[in-house]
Write a protein that binds this ligand. Structure first.
Ligand SMILES: Nc1nc2c(ncn2[C@@H]2O[C@H](COP(=O)(O)OP(=O)(O)OP(=O)(O)O)[C@@H](O)[C@H]2O)c(=O)[nH]1
Ligand SMILES: [Mg+2]
Length: 332
């Protein structure tokens, strides 16, 4: 399977401006024609554009250094050099552009969003501009200017409404495949999911919520344990989180608190999102429901849901949560 590339560092440079020309008007019987060197063309800009057909950043990674076309030099007879063509870099919607230091320059959320990351250099003026009463035959012109340069980081943040958070093997991918047409890999070993997946859950004819399945998180993930927590950025924009916890876990509340604290390490905004706690795989231990329920404090009781992706038990109950998420989404 092709690796899903969701972060690339690039160097972008606008095209160099074309040089202005040094030229003199030539015509039969006119001995001293005036200067007629045209201006150089402007260097091309680089534009990063959100494009619906682009799904990842894999096409950018091997290139890394982007340079727009240079402006063409000016010609005689006041002929203006052609401008360099702009270079367009297509990226998926949801790509954030930031500096290596982390300041966000653009957030290409909309399908048609675009951001001019570097401008091409100005073309130089031709010698026609420099004629004065004291020097009617200037033999010099301006060079074109260099294009702007920038080192940038492009990062995809998937746009989902609900994020699934849980230990590896908690049943997140199974839930996604039960609720949506997405078919992430499912297996009974940890870290089956290595890259985020989205699934679309149709609620009715006109509404849907998008669910993001991400890799599992283990204790210490913020220090790099397991697959780390970098991929949490994919659920930063969700409106709602599902903490998924296997009913067979020894201490479900401890797992819940651990997941929460790992999220907190990534961003307090992420940790503050509305959420539900989904106790998964209830078919494997139907008798444990009450014991597990009792593990959680009173304040969390109305956020607890018991589900089985295998039998479908409890999934109907989730509907009201999905409609609540829809309200959060449309009411923003
Ligand atoms: N009995 C039962 N098993 C389930 C259920 N849901 C998932 N499983 C099993 O649990 C194992 C892990 O499921 P996944 O969906 O891959 O778990 P995950 O949370 O996506 O795991 P990672 O991708 O590693 O983080 C698989 O063997 C599934 O078949 C369920 O409702 N009932
Ligand atoms: Mg998975």
């Amino acid at each position: 399977m092709e690796k899903f590339i969701d972060r690339v560092e690039i160097s972008a440079q606008g095209g160099h401006g074309g040089a202005g020309a040094v030229s003199f008007h030539r015509e039969k019987y006119v001995e001293y024609g005036g200067p007629d060197g045209g201006d150089g063309g402007k260097g091309g800009n680089i534009i990063i554009k959100a494009d619906r057909r682009t799904a990842a950043l894999g096409h950018i990674a091997p290139v890394r250094i982007f340079k727009a076309e240079n402006g063409h030099p000016g010609g005689s007879r006041n002929c203006h050099g052609a401008n360099g063509n702009d270079l367009i870099i297509n990226v998926p919607a949801g790509t954030v552009i930031h500096t290596p230091e982390g300041s966000i320059l653009a957030d290409l959320n909309e399908d048609s969003g675009e951001y001019m990351c570097v401008r091409g250099g100005r073309g130089g003026k031709g010698n026609a501009h420099f004629a004065t009463s004291r020097n009617q035959t200037p033999k010099f012109s301006q060079k074109g200017m260099e294009g702007d340069k920038a080192d940038l980081i492009l990062e995809i943040k998937l746009i989902a409404d609900i994020g699934l958070v849980g230990l590896p093997n908690a049943g997140k991918s199974t839930l996604l495949s039960r609720l949506t047409k997405a078919r992430p890999k499912i297996a009974d070993y940890p870290f089956t999911t290595l890259t985020p997946h989205l699934g679309v859950l149709k609620l009715d004819i006109s509404s849907q919520v998008i669910i993001a399945d991400i890799p599992g998180i283990i204790e210490g993930a913020h220090r790099g344990a397991g697959l780390g927590i970098e991929f949490l950025r994919h659920i930063e924009r969700t409106f709602f989180l599902f903490f998924c916890i296997d009913i067979m876990s020894e201490d479900p509340e401890k797992i819940y608190l651990m997941l929460r604290s790992e999220l907190e390490q990534w961003s307090s905004r992420l940790a503050a999102k509305p959420f539900a706690v989904l106790i998964t795989k209830t078919d494997s231990a139907p008798d444990s429901v009450n014991t597990v329920r009792a593990c959680f404090p009173p304040g969390l009781q109305d956020k607890l849901f018991f589900i089985s992706s295998s039998s479908g038990a409890g999934l109907e109950e989730l509907k009201k949560v999905f409609y609540h998420v829809l309200e959060l989404k449309t009411g923003q």
